[in-house]
Design a protein around this ligand. Structure first.
Ligand code: ADP
Ligand code: MG
Length: 895
């Protein structure tokens, strides 16, 4: 989460009596009071007053003063223009917004006059409207989200949401019930949010933009959007609710404001409808570690485990697919068909992969181009991406024709059709751009030699004259008899003759030469001949530069004209990348194409947890497990000791649903998934280290959210709720929740619990299927097999886990004694029937009650001795005796 938006101090000095340049600064500040003003002064951006103090502190750069205002020095700090991007990045990350005030005319034009150079704010840099490569994370979308409150419909308040990524041009809208807003925010993870003060943003409040976010009324909103995309009516783009249109218009107006009136290339807004994607709330995303792990990193995430993409844009799209699994079976199957087709044509897939590997980030280059903020390498990115796309298109041309493979599935056909946009532009860029390009246009050499005759001529003159000068140095040395004579270029004087002190006398009286500068160790002279050459070089260089600028601008304009087709091509490349990645995943073995169903089936055979599996030491093997949540057994109750693999099992099945509905392969031998509309994953407080103190409260709040939102098509995994409170409370709550899930909500559910008593509920709850983790007791120690089997755990094995964890032997031994005593007492003196909760279950059926397991012979022997009474020799003998007992007994299985 980014830092809260930092605001520069609001106490403003009095602007009256400001110098002309400062007056410009005051005007910029008045227009953008929430932003730091980057005020261009030659090669620096300078900051003044409170801005300077805030920025100097945030950037750890020197705070100085420049001139004075109102009788006091003006605090000032500055950053070089050439490296401004890295400073900007740090300020934005620290939560600032920055308004960039540029010089709007050539400073030379005003040289010697008192009028200041004209300056204007050309850009407001905010977290949600970034374009520069250095400010963006190549692997993630950077979203601006606008929210508008709509009409009350039924009892739901429907919010309009519009989100866009100006770095790629992606633009979408949706109508969301306000109860689903947290899930939407969690899914989008927007960098910046525009919302009226009345819309509560909860955990995301820190990302609210300080702007007044009042959207225009519906009719005006529709008109503004239609005008932006030059269409008569919005209907062309699909159906928008009023609030969606309002939100979209709000977002557009904001983008315009940040780009000083210009609108970047954006796709027309695409309404997502209300039911397009699986609802996954923030707690679920955090617990399943889909894109981000608990520790904030990305290494141990679902994304990292399935990431096989070859380009940055492909990586972003994969993240988007995982963050928003689909609920439309046809759309899911379309994705599956495409990667399955690629899987069946491995040679072609390999060629496609090498064609797109390293393709530049076309979408982001395009966004910079369309805002006139392009560097030469952005055009090169278009050129190289088009070449990669064309290569991929050529490979797909032949596909399906040779009879070797079936015809392209529809989604790949769409990709194929978009891969060859603007053939003329591709040719032109290939001819026009030089092989290796400078970082900035001003450095020259962007346009290839041979592309433009006028440019070639200007460059020839410039370079020839330089050669003439080199020859002249030789001549002059001979003419004046000074062998060490040099012709040098001097910033102010232009070309000069430079000689050492000893030779100065030979030149001083010469009528052709004018001494311009005497120095301790020599002197500099100019001549009309040199001045003439100097002028010719300058003119030729200026002509070359101007011509190069012109050609560059023309190429940019030509590119922008086909922006839409190029954007579609960028999207197609990303999609192809993700589909190839999915095929690669499936080709690796152990991943299947799940069967997608409209009913509420859920069957996974030999499923695995991709992240836990990847983290296992190479020799340890992940134990696959089945999961069947068919309607007659839709609530799976899982008991078993700590560390046996319960949490892993729960999450691997939730992840299977996400992967399946994202249209991706699932790590299992086979899977049948009935579409999940909402997915919930909750982890009990005791397992959740990232939480604060009030874990039980959090746990209950989250449980309440599930009970209110889940329905018969939902999938719920609950991990040990009720741990954060006293045993009986916890048991009672877990009990009630389980009953509600089973009988009222009727969702598919996996419920892990350490309350083994809950397994008795099978009598009242016919769709409850008790399972446990198989554990083997071997030679007095416990072995976790990580295998899920039908049944109920006999005991907790907590003492064994304590031993594994390195608790000192004496304490473990003592705990074992206490446990044995407690178990004996539980069997003898107390019955479960004394707890009112269990009365019903006891009366109905007692079979499922587990008698306490008999003590193993070793344990009996152990309990019989008093270690304090043993001599060392006796202790050793006891140890040998126990080994014998163990050797006689076959390994006994603990349930
Ligand atoms: P629990 O929730 O029962 O305490 P976890 O699911 O946290 O157990 O698993 C504990 C550890 O056991 C994991 O970190 C992993 O190393 C290992 N583990 C879990 N499931 C498996 C499995 N199916 N195969 C192999 N190792 C597993
Ligand atoms: Mg656990």
């Amino acid at each position: 989460m980014t830092a809260a938006l930092s605001q520069p101090p609001t106490i403003m000095p009095n602007p009256t009596g400001a110098s002309p340049a400062l007056a410009q600064w005051f005007a910029a500040k008045a227009a953008h009071p929430d932003a730091l003003i980057f005020f261009r002064m030659g090669d620096f951006y300078e900051l003044f007053f409170g801005d300077a103090e805030a920025a100097a502190a945030a950037l750890a750069i020197a705070l100085t003063a420049r001139g004075s205002h109102d009788g006091a020095p003006v605090p000032m700090c500055g950053v070089p223009v050439a490296s401004a991007e890295s400073y900007l990045a740090r300020l934005i990350r620290a939560g600032f917004r920055v308004a960039i005030a540029e010089q709007m005319e050539d400073p030379r034009a005003k040289r010697g006059t008192k009028t200041p150079i004209d300056r204007a704010v050309v850009r407001l840099v905010t977290p949600g409207t970034l374009l520069e490569e250095g400010l963006l994370d190549a692997s993630r979308p950077n979203l601006l989200l606008a929210l508008a409150a709509g009409d009350e419909t039924r009892d739901d308040l429907l919010l309009g949401a519009a989100w866009l990524d100006i770095s790629t041009g992606d633009f979408r809208t949706s109508a969301v019930p306000s109860a689903d807003l947290p899930a939407l925010l969690a899914g989008l993870d927007p960098a910046e949010i525009l919302a009226a003060p009345g819309i509560a943003l909860g955990d995301w409040a820190a990302r609210r933009a300080p702007e007044d976010a009042a959207p225009p009324p519906p009719a005006a909103a529709r008109g503004a959007i239609a005008a932006s995309f030059a269409v008569a009516s919005l209907d062309a783009f699909g159906h928008f609710s009023d609030s969606e249109a309002m939100a979209a218009a709000l977002a557009l107006a904001y983008v315009r404001r940040t780009q000083a009136g210009a609108l970047p290339h954006l796709a027309p807004p695409a309404p997502q409808g209300q039911r397009g994607t699986m609802l996954i709330d923030a707690a679920t995303r955090a617990s399943l570690e889909i894109l981000r792990a608990r520790d904030g990193g990305t290494k141990h995430t679902l994304f990292a485990a399935v990431q096989r993409t070859a380009t940055a844009a492909g990586g972003r799209l994969l993240a988007e697919w995982l963050a928003a699994p689909l609920t439309d079976a046809a759309a899911i199957i379309a994705r599956q068909e495409s990667w399955a087709w690629l899987l069946a044509t491995p040679r072609l897939a390999e060629c496609l992969r090498s064609a797109i590997r390293g393709a530049p980030d076309l979408a982001r280059a395009l966004a910079r181009l369309s805002l006139g903020r392009a560097a030469p390498r952005d055009l090169a990115a278009v050129r190289d991406a088009l070449a990669a796309a064309r290569a991929a298109a050529t490979l797909l041309d032949e596909a399906g024709r040779d009879g070797e493979a079936a015809a392209l599935p529809p989604l790949l056909e769409t990709v194929h059709a978009a891969l060859r946009p603007a053939p003329d532009l591709a040719v032109r860029l290939a001819q026009a751009l030089a092989e290796s390009l400078p970082a900035r246009l001003e450095e020259g050499g962007v346009i290839a030699p041979g592309f433009d005759a006028a440019l070639d001529e200007a460059r020839r003159l410039r370079d020839e004259t330089r050669q003439v000068i080199a020859a002249l140095q030789h001549d002059l040395a001979a003419r004046y008899g000074v062998s060490g004579l040099k012709i040098r270029h001097h910033a102010q004087l232009g070309y000069v003759i430079e000689v050492t002190a000893a030779a100065v006398a030979k030149l001083t009286d010469h009528p052709d030469l004018i001494m311009r500068q005497g120095m301790a160790n020599g002197a500099r002279f100019t001549s009309s001949e040199l001045a003439d050459l100097d002028r010719r070089i300058n003119e030729a260089a200026a002509r070359a530069m101007a011509r190069e600028r012109e050609l560059f601008a023309a190429l940019v304009a030509e590119t922008c004209q086909v922006a839409e087709a190029l954007a579609a091509c960028a999207g197609a490349l990303a999609r192809l990348d993700v589909l190839l990645a999915a095929a690669a995943l499936a080709a690796g073995g152990g991943w299947c194409r799940p069967v997608i169903r409209e009913d509420s089936a859920f069957r996974v055979t030999a499923g695995r947890h991709p992240v836990v599996e990847a983290a296992l030491a190479s020799k340890a093997r992940f134990v696959p497990n089945d999961c069947d949540l068919s309607p007659e057994r839709r609530v799976l109750l899982l008991t078993g000791p700590n560390m046996a693999g319960k949490s892993t099992y729960l999450r691997q099945n939730a992840l299977a649903a996400i992967l399946a509905q994202a249209g991706l392969p699932v790590p299992a031998a086979s899977a049948e998934i009935g579409i999940v509309d909402k997915l919930f994953s909750r982890v009990g407080g005791a397992d959740d280290l990232a939480r604060g103190q009030s874990t039980f409260m959090v746990e209950m709040t989250e449980t309440a959210a599930i009970l209110r939102q889940a329905g018969p098509h939902s999938l719920i995994v609950i991990d040990e709720i009720g741990r954060g409170t006293a045993t009986l409370d916890g048991l009672a709550i877990a009990w009630a929740v389980l009953e509600a899930l089973h009988t009222e909500i009727r969702a598919r559910c996996i419920f892990a619990t350490h309350f083994h008593e809950l397994a008795r509920l099978t009598v009242e709850l016919p769709r409850l299927s008790p399972h446990t983790m198989r554990v083997v007791e071997h030679k007095g120690s416990v072995v976790f097999l990580h295998e899920v089997i039908a049944g109920v755990a006999g005991r907790s094995w907590g003492v064994h886990v304590a031993r594994l964890a390195g608790v000192p032997a004496a304490v473990v031994r003592r705990a074992g004694d206490v446990l044995a005593a407690l178990e004996r007492r539980a069997a003898g003196l107390t019955t479960d029937a004394e707890l009112p909760l269990f009365a019903a279950a006891e009366n109905a059926k007692t079979e499922t009650a587990q008698p306490p397991p008999p003590l193993s012979p070793v344990l009996s022997a152990l309990t019989a001795i008093d270690p304090d009474q043993l001599s060392p020799k006796e202790a050793l003998e006891t140890l040998y005796r126990m080994r014998e007992i163990l050797a006689d007994a076959a390994p006994s299985e603990g349930i």
